[in-house]
Design a protein around this ligand. Structure first.
Ligand code: MN3
Length: 200
């Protein structure tokens, strides 16, 4: 069973004007697809070929000899998760998640400020994340393909801050991309589902 490229959960133009169809075409059809192809080539005829994506990530994390497999497996996971974190007309969190965000950060605006800061200050490529860590919400950033699940944290939300995620639409203005996404495109229902699973 080879790893597969999941389809985008919306049309290429669904996130316009904040993320263009051209960005999504390249990002999903070239970058995400490339990671899937690389991963399948790297694990072909090895014991990892029959593992789940999470198992491959956890089995190869922190092993320099398996960095190529880890990087591609984590990038496949991270992109699939990122697509689901976005939707047209994002709105705001509600219910228990909204209460937890207010209790943890003071307000939704303060959460956005910290998330934007994390993404804007990630030097080079990587991701900003909202995670659950031992029952508490935290904003963290990771380098390149790294994923919080290898630190025992449960991701609720991510934003890709590799240049390919925003350069066609925002050029060097990464903070503006993050602000646009936070204000207009977050799929809070998806984030709430991840929070409900993590809280079990
Ligand atoms: Mn990307």
């Amino acid at each position: 069973m080879a790893f597969e490229l999941p389809p985008l959960p919306y049309d290429y133009n669904a996130l316009e004007p904040y993320i263009s169809a051209r960005t999504l075409e390249f990002h999903h059809d070239k970058h995400h697809a490339g990671y899937v192809n690389n991963l399948n080539n790297l694990v072909k005829d090895t014991e990892l070929a029959n593992k789940s994506l999470e198992e491959v990530i956890l089995a190869t994390a922190n092993d320099p000899a398996k960095a190529g497999i880890f990087n591609n497996a984590a990038q496949v996971w991270n992109h699939t998760f990122y697509w689901h974190c976005l939707k047209k007309d994002g709105g705001s969190p509600t219910g228990e998640l909204a209460e937890k965000i207010n209790a943890s950060f003071g307000s939704l605006d303060e959460f956005k400020k910290q998330f934007k800061e994390a993404g804007a200050t990630q030097f080079g490529s990587g991701y900003a994340w909202l995670v659950v860590d031992k029952g508490e919400l935290k904003v963290v950033k990771t380098l390149n393909a790294a994923n919080p699940i290898t630190n025992g944290q449960t991701p609720l939300l991510t934003s890709d801050v590799w240049e390919h995620a925003y350069y066609l639409d925002y050029q060097n203005r990464r903070p503006d991309y993050l602000q646009s996404v936070l204000d207009n495109l977050i799929n809070w229902d998806f984030v709430a589902e991840q929070y409900a699973k993590a809280a079990k």
